[in-house]
Write a new protein. Structure first.
Length: 343
């Protein structure tokens, strides 16, 4: 029988379609035969083939835009937003318009030609996380920007293109994002009712039940959400309450690197390196000039987290038209299978 589950944060309903149920093995992906890349501009020695770097973690004796780097950040050659200009927000009758001002950067996570971040060492992944934090902090200084979305597209179906080189992206936007707003509002309403963080309550219950936890390492867990939208959807959350990803300590950065590596290694081994999208949902920038009471409790009610969404099913007309997602695999089954996979 089909089962409806309600997301406790935004109130979205999910259909767990047991009548369409699949075994975990059914989701294993064949090798992507379409990714026959002939040239990679992100490898060490090809620095001249990208725009000039805006930041890099380099060997002490190396020079900018040359080899001997660990992580390198460059502007996108096809940016969704550009840093030049003013917002110029204005109305056009009932419609609102503004200029597409923002930033779009590519974080090249390794000088080696490696496809998955999980193939890197824990220390190299920690360097990637340090770079994420640094760029978010730097972009926050531009008061035109309200939000930073950090994400990874892994695999051709997930939008990564044909070049299989581990990289992530950061986009700074002049507006707050609808998906994040839904979580902000839901978390605020939960806090107003219970005076607790909904994410912290989720973590506590998941650890108590231990049905959907995949990895539990020191201060972090990865877990299949109760109302998972997709097979093997996984969230990584900090056990320490914080709304700002940038507040991670050095020891937490290393612990997060371990959880990220272990989780993605298990996912790769369990489902043959599936395409996925990874997104960081972080608190928006808060500045003193905001109106009184604006996000007054955000430090208490919101909790940053990473969402990993494998692209193993297709979203079709019912999903687009209704807002429901149909998941053919209960998250409890997916979590058990992933927990047992080699990591």
């Amino acid at each position: 029988m089909r089962e409806l589950r309600k997301d406790p944060i935004i109130g979205r309903w999910i259909i767990i379609s047991t009548e369409r149920a699949k075994r975990p093995e059914d989701f294993k992906q064949p090798p992507d035969a379409t990714t026959h890349e002939k040239h990679c501009p992100f490898c060490s020695g090809k620095e001249a083939e990208t725009p000039p770097e805006v930041f890099a973690m380099r060997k002490p004796s190396s020079k900018p835009n040359g080899p001997d780097w660990d992580v390198r950040v460059v502007p996108s050659i096809a940016p969704l937003f550009k840093a030049e200009g003013d917002l110029n927000r204005h109305g056009n009758g009932m419609y609102d318009k503004m200029n597409g001002v923002g930033a779009h950067e590519i974080i090249i996570e390794t000088p080696q030609h490696i496809g998955g971040i999980y193939e890197l060492s824990v220390e190299q992944i920690a360097n990637v996380i340090r770079t994420w934090i640094y760029r978010i902090t730097e972009l926050e200084k531009d008061e035109r920007f309200k939000y930073i979305l950090l994400f990874k597209n892994h695999g051709l179906i997930a939008g990564a293109g044909i070049v299989r080189h581990a990289r992530s992206q950061i986009i700074a936007t002049p507006v707050n994002l609808k998906r994040v707003k839904e979580e902000l509002v839901g978390a605020k309403l939960y806090y107003e009712y219970k005076e607790r963080c909904v994410f912290c309550d989720m973590i506590k219950q998941e650890l108590d039940e231990n049905k959907r936890v995949v990895v539990d390492i020191d201060g972090f867990i990865s877990v299949m959400p109760f109302a998972s939208r997709f097979p093997f959807e996984t969230w990584i959350m900090s056990k320490r309450h914080s709304c700002d990803f940038e507040s991670l300590t050095e020891s937490e950065i290393v612990d997060l690197a371990k959880v990220l590596k272990t989780t993605l290694t298990k996912l790769s081994n369990a489902v043959h390196d599936p395409p996925y999208n990874l997104v960081l949902h972080n608190a928006p920038f808060r500045r003193k000039k905001r109106k009184p009471g604006y996000w007054r409790t955000i430090e208490e009610d919101f909790h940053w987290h990473i969402e990993i969404m494998p692209r193993l099913t297709r979203v079709a007309g019912f999903e687009w038209g209704s807002g429901f997602y149909i998941n053919p695999m209960p998250p409890e089954d997916a979590a058990k299978f992933l927990k047992e996979a080699e990591g």
